[in-house]
Ligand binder design. Structure first.
Ligand SMILES: [Zn+2]
Length: 439
């Protein structure tokens, strides 16, 4: 039974409730839920009251594109991320982690299950192969029956399969997200796919005879010649209602890992040594520059989507490029602002917009009855998204965490990566590309 003494208050000069900003307000928390938002002066003296000078209160952030690994859990919380959506993992493993998040210093976990792939799964430890459309449809049914939070299709799924996959998932009450196949994003948009990642598939539709390569091709000078076609594709995307999760932080990370000096010791302190080996890239200024130009081209394309009011979500694709989990989401917000959103709009992509897409009204907002997932950050992120956010506390389902405690816990150079599907996957890719090691 709860009593009034269980209630505590957190106040700050600014409080963003997921939609709008209040000044000098407090959030009252009881039993892991938000009880009320009230003016600071009306907080009863009898309550425990954390008044945070010079700070802003935000709803706990939602990273809509991660591949969860246990070492990353405390770091997400330390940077104010209280919910992550796993977009591809071993199904049994991720459902076990999802069942235990509340007992751990981790964010809440949502799961899209494994990567549903074509006949040869690109990432066999975290994906499943489907030889036929029938295989894919029964995989979608089985995964939905396990109670996932959506379905993810991967590059090998032929575009002719999309409609039936979408129908099957929608009938089971789940949305479909996609890392596009060679046919591009337009067939996915036409088939009613709900969301696409990494701006993947845009290249195929704007530059059908492009040279071999992937997102880095956006950094070639020829890519800018496709600008007129980019506008047409942005129009079609806009008309289809598909949501874009561009994961600009991923593009950024690919430039950074090829320029080792750009990774500070702070960034690497909490990353397991094995992860650093598996993601190691030899210094390559030309490739790094090409990724940087690719990011800029991607941001120009995102600005076309913003102009057309295409729904956009914030996802960071951690663990990629050795960017600290959680910090990566702030980086994503900064890159979205550079592409043309306001800081407040960027914060919505990681709070209320994400919750709306996920159909989780208890997340991403601070209002009576929502989950008490709260970030207290120094300064005013509605004016400028900080590059290194100074998080004073993170509250997850009413439990208060101090970032320095969470980061101390992750001070583990050799943290065990046993029983981690993505560790096995990273190791396999690393061996396949000749096990590059730092000189
Ligand atoms: Zn991903």
């Amino acid at each position: 039974m709860s009593s009034a003494t269980d209630i505590y208050a957190v106040s700050a000069p600014r409080l963003f409730d997921g939609q709008q900003t209040f000044f000098d307000h407090a959030v009252l928390v009881q039993d892991g839920r938000v009880l009320e938002i009230v003016p600071r002066e009306s907080v009863p003296d009898t309550l425990t009251h954390h008044h945070e000078i010079g700070c802003t209160i935000l709803p706990g952030l939602i990273d809509t594109h991660v591949h969860f690994m246990r070492w990353a859990g405390p770091q997400y919380l330390a940077f104010g991320v209280t919910t992550v959506r796993d977009t591809g993992n071993d199904l049994n493993w991720i459902l076990e982690r999802r069942a235990e998040w509340e007992k751990r210093p981790w964010p809440r976990i949502l799961s899209l299950g494994p990567l549903i792939d074509g006949p040869t799964a690109a990432h066999p430890f975290v994906g499943i192969s489907c030889n036929t459309l029938e295989d894919a449809v029964s995989a979608v049914r089985n995964i939905c029956e396990r109670g996932v939070d959506g379905i993810k299709c991967y590059v090998g799924v032929p575009s002719e399969w999309f409609s039936l996959i979408v129908d099957t998932a929608h009938t089971a009450g789940q949305k479909v997200s996609i890392h596009c196949s060679k046919a591009g994003v337009l067939p996915a948009a036409r088939a009613g796919v709900d969301e696409f990642y990494h701006l993947d598939g845009v290249l195929a539709n704007v530059w059908p005879d492009h040279p071999p390569g992937w997102l880095n091709l956006w950094g070639l000078s020829n890519f800018s010649k496709t600008y007129d076609r980019q506008q047409e594709v942005a129009d079609i995307i806009s008309g289809s209602g598909i949501t874009a999760t561009p994961t600009l932080a991923y593009w950024d990370s690919q430039s950074r890992i090829r320029t080792p000096a750009s990774l500070g010791p702070d960034d690497l302190r909490c990353t397991p040594k094995a992860m650093r080996n598996w993601q190691y890239e030899h210094p390559d200024p030309a490739a790094s520059d090409q990724w940087r130009r690719a990011l800029e081209a991607a941001q120009r394309f995102v600005s076309l989507l913003i102009e057309r009011n295409v729904p956009i979500l914030a996802g960071s694709d951690i663990p990629c490029g050795l960017v600290p989990p959680g910090m990566s989401l702030w980086r994503e917000l900064q890159l979205l602002v550079e592409a043309g959103t306001s800081p407040t709009q960027a914060l919505r992509t990681a709070t209320s917009d994400a919750a709306d897409y996920l159909e989780r009204p208890e997340l991403g907002r601070l209002s009576p009855g929502t989950s008490a997932d709260i970030v207290v950050v120094k300064g005013n992120p509605m004016e400028e998204i900080p590059s290194r956010p100074d998080i004073i506390k993170t509250i997850r389902t009413g439990v208060i965490y101090q970032p320095k405690d969470l980061l101390a816990e992750t001070n583990w150079a050799d943290f065990s990566l046993k029983d981690e599907p993505w560790a096995d996957q990273f190791e396999q890719h690393w061996k396949n590309r000749g096990s590059p090691k730092p000189e």
